[in-house]
Design a protein around this ligand. Structure first.
Ligand SMILES: [Zn+2]
Length: 308
C-alpha cells in the first residue's frame, strides 16, 4: 500500500474544490474554500498557493507522502507552459501558475483546464469508463466540452478546443457573451434557459431546473422553452458528432441534473437528425462537481509518469 498522494485543486469562479488523492484516484481528504475572486488575481493566486501548501503539510502530518500537485482553472490555459492565459471569472492574465506552485510546494506540478480535467475524470473514472472516444459536455452558466481520446483530453493548438457552446445553431439568434449571435450557449445553457423563462413569464428567480420540472408537469410555457432548448442542443450535438465521432457523450454541469427529462428527448432529437453519423450513447455524468478536482489529480499523476 503506497502512501503517495497528490495535491489537487479545482479553482472555480466562486469556490475551490481541493483534495489529497491517492494513486488509484481515491480521495483521501477533501476540503472546499471560497476563491475570493473579487479581491483580484494576485490575491487569488496567493490563496491558491496557501491552500495547496496547507494540503501538502496536512498530508505529511498524516504520514502520507505528497508526490505532485495538479491545478485546474477556467478560461484559456497554456498547458504546455503551465500558464493561466486568460480567465474572465477569476481575472487571470498570463499567470505562471505551474511554476509558482512548483516553487512554493517543491513538487512537480501540472496545470490544466477545468472542463478538460472534468472530462478526463469522467472518461477514466466516471461515466465514460471503458470507452476510447468520450465527449464530455458541461452545461452550466456556459457550455464547454472536453474531447478525451484514450484517456487524454485534447486541448487544441491554442488550449482553446472544445468550445461547443459557441457552435452557431440559430444564425442571427440571441446575443452571446462571446460577441456572436445564436450560439448554442446563448440558447441552451442553464442560465439562458432560466433567463428566457423569466423574460417571457415575468416571474423572477426561475432556474433551468425549475423549467425542466415544470415542463415535465405539463406547464405550457416551460414545455415550449424546454423543447426549444432540447432542439438547439440536438443541433449543436449533430455538429459536434460530425466533428468528433464520439462513442459516448457524457453530460455534466447544472442542467444535466434534469436527468432523463433532458437525456430522453435529446437522444430522440439527435436520432431524428443524423444522416451518415453514427449515434453515440448519451449519458449523465457520474462524478458530480468533484470531477474537476479528480481530473486535477489525474493530471498530476500523468505528469509524474511522463517525467519519470
Ligand atoms: Zn458564443
Amino acid at each position: 500500500m503506497s502512501n503517495d498522494v497528490v495535491v489537487a485543486l479545482d479553482v472555480g469562479g466562486t469556490g475551490m474544490k481541493c483534495a489529497l488523492v491517492g494513486r488509484g484516484g481515491e480521495v483521501v481528504h477533501a476540503e472546499r474554500h471560497p476563491t475570493l475572486a473579487q479581491r483580484g488575481p494576485e490575491a487569488v493566486t496567493a490563496n491558491i498557493l496557501d491552500i495547496a501548501a496547507g494540503l501538502a503539510d496536512r498530508a505529511r502530518a498524516d504520514g502520507l507522502d505528497p508526490v505532485a500537485a495538479g491545478l485546474v482553472v477556467p478560461g484559456v490555459i497554456d498547458e504546455g507552459n503551465g500558464i493561466a492565459v486568460w480567465s474572465s471569472n477569476v481575472g487571470f492574465r498570463d499567470v505562471p501558475l505551474r511554476e509558482l506552485t512548483q516553487k512554493r510546494l517543491g513538487l512537480p506540478t501540472a496545470l490544466g483546464h477545468d472542463v478538460r480535467a472534468g472530462g478526463l475524470a469522467e472518461a477514466r473514472l466516471g461515466a465514460g469508463r471503458g470507452q476510447r472516444h468520450v465527449l464530455f459536455i458541461a452545461i452550466g452558466t456556459g457550455i464547454a466540452a472536453a474531447h478525451v481520446v484514450d484517456g487524454k483530453a485534447l486541448g487544441g493548438a491554442h488550449g482553446a478546443a472544445g468550445e461547443v457552446g459557441h457552435i452557431v445553431v440559430r444564425p442571427g439568434g440571441p446575443a452571446c457573451k462571446c460577441g456572436g449571435h445564436g450560439c448554442l450557449e446563448s440558447i441552451a445553457s442553464a442560465s439562458a434557459v432560466g433567463r428566457r423563462y423569466v423574460e417571457i413569464s415575468g416571474e423572477a428567480g426561475v432556474t433551468a431546473y425549475d423549467v425542466a420540472t415544470r415542463a415535465a408537469a405539463g406547464e405550457e410555457l416551460a414545455n415550449q422553452i424546454w423543447t426549444e432548448t432540447v432542439e438547439a442542443f440536438a443541433d449543436g450535438l449533430l455538429t459536434a458528432q460530425a466533428l468528433y465521432d464520439a462513442g459516448i457523450i457524457v453530460l455534466g454541469g447544472g442542467l444535466a441534473e434534469a436527468g432523463e427529462a433532458l437525456l430522453a428527448p435529446l437522444r430522440l432529437a439527435l436520432a431524428q437528425r443524423v444522416t451518415f453519423h453514427r449515434l453515440p450513447s448519451i449519458v449523465r455524468a457520474k462524478l458530480g462537481d468533484t470531477a474537476g478536482c479528480l481530473g486535477a489529480a489525474l493530471l498530476a499523476l500523468d505528469h509524474l509518469e511522463e517525467t519519470r
